[in-house]
Ligand binder design. Structure first.
Ligand code: NAI
Ligand code: MG
Length: 374
């Protein structure tokens, strides 16, 4: 009986390519685990009308954690057209499987490290080492949206004096998305950021919001942030507006360390931060709950490269490192990171994005053999 049971969801497009790379490395480092493959993504949507089948959710419930590749998702109209004929016209609505996973398994904390490894020609600067904590279950991602706006919703909103500006707009010429922020989720994400900062001896925590405009939602996060910061007096706490943060991340990224934010702003700043350290080919992430976690590179399925084994697997291999840390395999995680860093530094095996001609699997094999030699 293996120590761990890990669900493996390659998904669509390059999700499969980078999962093959992950398996090469996992087999080499000999983690005592059984890998249980599952279905997710566009094929499931087309054939079953559900990109996250119940059997996959069941698989996740029976495993310790999940390693996920990437999925394809398309706008509503395309999604409907691609449904198999027997499922069309039944009012089946597409919902992103990864957002569903985050919400259903309450994977409240999305952790996204962005670290410049020495020798990476794509680094914006060599001294960047950021970790972004993105709230993962609420904000504009709750899916509470209206178009057309139902009359009762409109009438209720009209009690707010700022709604007067829209009093004469026809209900079918308006769309509304709700930004829902709770005290509980704000406390959880901010506390996790501080705990991580303490455990990893990091130099500061920065809350990235927009409380000068979003006075209630960002305001609530800021209030909770200040209370929690007071419990960690040795860790400097900064408050930066999200627009200014984008500017500072380009100007002086080395001055920042742990960033914590809500779902949407966290998503935006993490793509910006990823590009500072080599782009999507280097961006790893974990969706972490109280007792379960789903690990995934932050990139999507990059359809134009699907099945070509061209893309950079480093994001996925760094994701495996995050998974090992979460499982408590700290030594294996550290050794894997050293092997990744060494391959980057030596610069002999590189995918196209780094100016090389090697394949996804060449890079995985280089990391695996470096790991073995160390
Ligand atoms: P994407 O991340 O798939 O690709 C954008 C571009 O980034 C690619 O064309 C490629 O040039 C580059 N890239 C991505 N991963 C790379 C890697 N590992 N190495 C080197 N270069 C890499 O984003 P895009 O094109 O916006 O979306 C494609 C599909 O993926 C869509 O259907 C989208 O909905 C989905 N998606 C899924 C995500 C997920 O599974 N969590 C996240 C983001 C997008
Ligand atoms: Mg994103």
């Amino acid at each position: 009986m293996s120590r761990y049971h890990i669900a493996i969801l390659p998904g669509d497009g390059i999700g499969k390519d980078v999962m093959d790379a992950a398996r090469i490395v996992l087999d080499t480092i000999a983690l005592d685990a059984e890998y249980l493959p599952g279905d997710i993504g566009w094929e499931c949507w087309k054939n079953e009308g559900n990109p996250l089948p119940d059997r996959t959710k069941q698989l996740l419930r029976e495993t310790n954690c999940c390693l996920f590749g990437a999925i394809t998702s398309k706008p509503n109209q395309d999604a409907q057209k691609e449904l198999k004929p027997a499922l069309q016209g039944k009012g089946i609505v597409y919902a992103s499987p990864i957002v569903q996973l985050r919400q259903e398994f309450n994977l409240h904390t999305n952790i996204r490290p962005c670290k410049a490894y020495p020798g990476n020609p794509l680094n914006y600067r060599d001294d960047i080492d950021l970790v972004i904590f993105r709230e993962n279950t609420e904000d504009l991602y709750t899916g509470v949206e209206f178009r057309p706006v139902p009359k009762p919703v409109f009438d209720a909103l009209m009690t707010h004096k700022k709604m007067k500006a829209f009093a004469t707009t026809p209900l079918d010429e308006m769309a509304i998305s709700c930004r829902i922020i709770t005290k509980k989720a704000s406390q959880t994400i901010i506390r996790n950021a501080f705990q991580y900062a303490q455990q990893h001896k990091r130099k500061s925590v920065t809350l990235v919001e927009k409380p000068n405009v979003l006075r209630e939602t960002s305001g609530l996060m800021l209030e909770e942030g200040r209370k929690i910061a007071a419990e960690y007096p040795s860790i400097p706490f900064k408050e930066v507006n999200v627009d200014a943060m984008c500017m500072w991340l380009v100007k002086n990224p080395q001055d920042y360390d742990i960033l914590v934010s809500s779902n949407m702003f966290g998503d935006i700043i993490s793509d910006l931060a990823a590009q500072l350290v080599g782009g999507l080919g280097f961006a790893s992430s974990g969706n972490i709950g109280d007792s379960y976690a789903v690990f995934e590179p932050t990139h999507g399925s990059a359809p134009k490269y699907a099945g070509q084994y061209k893309v950079n697997p480093m994001a996925m291999l760094l994701t495996v490192k995050l998974m090992l840390e979460w499982l408590g395999e700290k030594k294996l995680a550290a050794h894997l990171e050293q092997a990744i860093a060494q391959v980057i530094k030596e610069g002999k095996v590189r995918t196209y994005d780094m100016g090389g001609t090697n394949t996804t699997l060449d890079v995985a094999r280089a990391v695996a053999s470096t790991f073995e030699k160390r």
